[in-house]
Write a protein that binds this ligand. Structure first.
Ligand SMILES: [Zn+2]
Ligand SMILES: [Zn+2]
Length: 431
């Protein structure tokens, strides 16, 4: 990957100014070769990644993903062969069983993250890219673009795939597992959604729809100041730096319509509120049973940790390690990491800014993987329903655990990374 760092060279430089969405520093934009990325000279955040030319690849990937989404939801994912009978489940079938058992928060969470959001990801990309491919303007591009950004945050096909793998290994101890066509199409869907996202050049899309951005206002103080100090907001959705336009009493991005703020409102108090709720729920999530198994040999209650121990003793130690990391270590480390970021922002710490910015990026990246256990439980509950022999039901800890994952994701989203840099004036920083 080619990386160009924009640096302060010359105050009379003709290159356009750009503000960093993570640290708010105004800097000059360097030219980026195709496939390269422009990074912030202070916090190293990726300001812009230049994709290949044209929209045909993104369109092809998104269309193929739409077809695979249909296959993934129409056919069974996995089945269990017991005494000559085959019990199979589709994705929506697993959601329905959880809903029927009274676990509707869990059913809703699984429906949104594995069915609804991946569909919006594929269709949203087709919606935006198909008209551009035909040299037309996409209808309601601003709203669909913001919806696509939400869908990318909450669509978790890749975590679902790992969850299915763990579930298949666990089920193989109970009966013989039959993989369904949807399992393979989900794997392909996962790859195609990643390919469609990485082939889609959003900046090129806005250039085609709206023309070149107007650039920063003429009276913007030169390079080396923060955007906020110049009264400029960086749009968190499309990356445009503007003074914003007023719509319905809100300052909005003139390009994509997202709400603009110099800093996220009440960022630290909201982060703490989500974080404390997550920390409180982390206790029952680990102490109460996530799964209740009743069989001919009696009833058994499994916590997350006992599930890990079971995998370890049954010889699947790589999966035991993965489940331990995703379900126990990641949520705890995430709570600690966001707590550290929020506390140091509260105390206006001025050191280790680059490391703290890196921690913030890692937290955003790995948080979603904690959903793993939720998907494992959903598949086990949907398949192991042999009333006389064995039945698995989701336990109360599953809802607490799902809430921990969602609350820590909200905490990370509420935290404004620019607060890390606000205590350190940019000029002193560089010296
Ligand atoms: Zn930056
Ligand atoms: Zn915008």
């Amino acid at each position: 990957m080619n990386t160009v760092t924009s640096e302060d060279r010359d105050q009379h430089d003709a290159r356009p100014l750009i503000a960093c969405h993570e640290c708010d520093l105004i800097q000059r934009e360097g030219s980026v070769p195709p496939g390269g990325a422009l990074r912030c000279c202070r916090c190293r955040a990726v300001l812009y990644r230049r994709r290949g030319r044209g929209f045909d690849r993104a369109l092809a990937f998104a269309l193929a993903a739409s077809v695979l989404w249909l296959i993934s939801n129409a056919f069974p994912i996995v089945g269990l062969a017991v005494n000559g009978d085959l019990v199979e489940t589709t994705l929506i079938g697993a959601v329905r069983v959880l809903y029927r058992d009274g676990m509707w928060p869990l059913a809703g969470l699984i429906f949104v993250t594995t069915i609804l959001m991946p569909a919006l990801q594929a269709l949203g990309t087709v919606w935006l890219v198909l008209p551009l491919y035909l040299n037309r303007r996409p209808w309601h591009a601003d709203a669909v673009f913001r919806l696509l950004r939400v869908a990318r945050n909450w669509g978790m096909t890749e975590v679902l795939m790992l969850g299915l793998l763990v579930a298949v290994v666990k089920l193989a101890h109970i009966a013989s597992v039959v993989t369904g066509p949807a399992l393979w199409s989900l794997a392909a869907l996962m790859l195609l959604l990643v390919a469609a996202t990485s082939a889609f050049d959003e900046r090129a899309m806005w250039m085609r729809i709206e023309g070149a951005p107007p650039g920063m206002p003429a009276d913007t103080p030169l390079h080396g100041r923060t955007a906020a100090a110049s009264g400029i907001c960086v749009c968190h959705e499309c990356g445009l730096s503007t003074r914003g336009t007023l719509r319905h009493d809100h300052l909005c991005c003139p390009r994509c319509g997202a709400h603009l703020h110099l800093r996220k409102p009440a960022s630290l108090s909201r982060t703490w509120a989500y974080l404390i709720s997550a920390a409180v729920l982390y206790v029952p999530a680990n102490l109460l049973p996530v799964m209740n198994t009743s069989s001919l040999f009696g009833a058994q209650k499994d916590t997350i940790m006992s599930g890990v121990v079971y995998l370890w003793h049954s010889g699947s130690w790589p999966l035991a390690i993965i489940v331990f990391i995703a379900s126990i270590a990641v949520p705890m480390l995430k709570i600690l990491a966001i707590g550290y970021l929020a506390a140091t922002a509260n105390l206006r710490m001025t050191q280790r800014n680059v490391q703290r910015a890196r921690i913030y990026r890692i937290v955003e990246l790995v948080g979603r993987w904690s959903m793993l256990d939720i998907y494992v439980i959903a598949v086990l509950v949907a398949l192991v329903q042999f009333s006389a022999m064995a039945t698995i039901e989701a336990g109360p800890a599953a809802i607490a655990f799902g809430a921990v994952v969602v609350l820590t994701m909200f905490a990370a989203m509420s935290f404004d990374p620019r607060l890390i840099w606000d205590s350190a004036p940019p000029r002193e920083e560089r010296r």
